[in-house]
Design a binder for this molecule. Structure first.
Ligand SMILES: [Zn+2]
Length: 255
């Protein structure tokens, strides 16, 4: 009887071990990809407010991704100069190599420069080493032209993996996503639509995501809608009693 029970127990533990072995790739994938859950706006806002971009409640951070762009970035810079607003620009190193003068113009206009990556590829589909190499390369290109030490990192598509977090940490960067976006990369959008979309999520202490570039957009020239929406967005931030500006000011008291 005992030998039968022992054999049974042995079979169960073998089956358990086999099940664990079969599940190992899935477990490893979940561990690798679990930070990507912060892509959920509600989850990150509740559990990781700083990562979500929630800062000083007397302030709203204005951020632009995917530049520099030869037409979009100068148009955004001109609109911001007219409004007397500075912002944070998350640059792609691949774009900085193509348009170094436009990148320099961002810095020279008094805006904050930050890191969006070298190439615009989803970290979920890259190896940890590939992600860390991408961030390192981006810092090597963007760092020397930034004028000030780089502080912020935002992964492409807002998708963070364990590799993104390690790569950012190695580079001394803090990941920041957003609380409100304009969905200004979509085709068929317009200034009114972009401003309405931002307005729906606009709160004191939030961070706005827009794009000064159409390199990853669904249609060319989407930055025109972004530029057209800036007046109204700035007016709504003012109506909230907040100042609009870069992340460096947004997190000033907590860093
Ligand atoms: Zn992007």
């Amino acid at each position: 009887m005992w030998s039968g029970r022992l054999r049974q127990a042995g079979e169960v533990s073998c089956r358990t071990a086999a099940a664990w072995l079969a599940a190992a790739p899935l477990v490893a994938t979940l561990a690798w990809a679990s930070p990507a859950a912060t892509r959920s706006r509600l989850l990150r806002s509740a559990m990781f407010p700083r990562l979500a971009g929630r800062g000083d409640r007397g302030h709203v951070a204005l951020t632009f991704d995917d530049g520099p762009h030869p037409q979009g970035t100068p148009a955004v810079l001109e609109a911001l100069a007219r409004l007397g607003v500075t912002a944070t620009f998350f640059l792609l190193a691949s774009q900085v190599r193509r348009f170094p003068d436009v990148a320099t113009a961002v810095r020279d206009a008094g805006h904050e420069v930050a890191v969006h990556g070298d190439t615009h590829r989803n970290h979920l589909f890259r190896s940890p080493a590939g992600v860390r190499r991408d961030i390192r390369r981006a810092v090597e290109v963007i760092g020397p032209m930034s004028g000030e030490p780089l502080r912020w990192f935002r992964p492409p598509y807002g998708v963070l993996t364990a590799g993104s977090l390690l790569g950012a940490r190695d580079a001394g960067l803090t990941p920041v996503l957003w609380t409100a976006w304009g969905r200004d990369w979509t085709s068929g959008t317009g200034p009114q639509c972009v401003a309405d979309t931002v307005s729906g999520r606009l709160r004191p202490g939030g961070t706005i995501l827009l794009h000064d570039s159409d390199v990853t957009a669904e249609a060319p020239g989407t930055w025109r809608s972004t530029v057209g929406a800036l007046d109204r967005i700035a007016g709504e931030v003012e109506a909230l009693g907040c100042r609009l500006g870069p992340l460096g000011r947004h997190f000033r008291q907590s860093t």
